[in-house]
Design a protein around this ligand. Sequence first.
Ligand code: C2G
Length: 130
Amino acid sequence: MKRIITYGTFDLLHYGHINLLRRAKSLGDYLVVGLSTDEFNWNSKHKKCYFSYEKRKQLLEAIRYVDLVIPEENWEQKKSDVELYKIDTFVIGDDWKGKFDFLKEQCEVVYLERTPEISTTQIKRDLEKL
Ligand code: C2G
């Protein structure tokens, strides 16, 4: 069984997120998603989420490609997560290209092309214009 992991905030879930999760799952058999907690978002990613961690987790768990959702609480946990969950491949959007190459000692690292023209920030901007 090939095990995949990815991480993100996944706020205001949209088709760009789904495209990423679908392609990530297509690389293996089991997909773990490290979901950024509200504290991590606020303190380290400087993101204020619309949906709480629990709501974002509920949405992700309803997606057919997602097998397990775990909390992402800090930048440092990836190495231990790869060991703990016996991960074969780490996947993330190419806006992070190169940032997680240190994981190559433990697993395959794949940067997937982002879906153009959609982002949580863009959604918020467009809603403000309504
Ligand atoms: N994504 C995408 N296309 C978009 C928007 C997002 O492919 N139009 C991808 C991102 O590249 C990321 C995932 O969807 O792989 C989740 O996006 P975010 O919620 O914005 O996650 P991010 O803030 O990049 O968090 O430790 C890693 C971080 O937690 C990643």
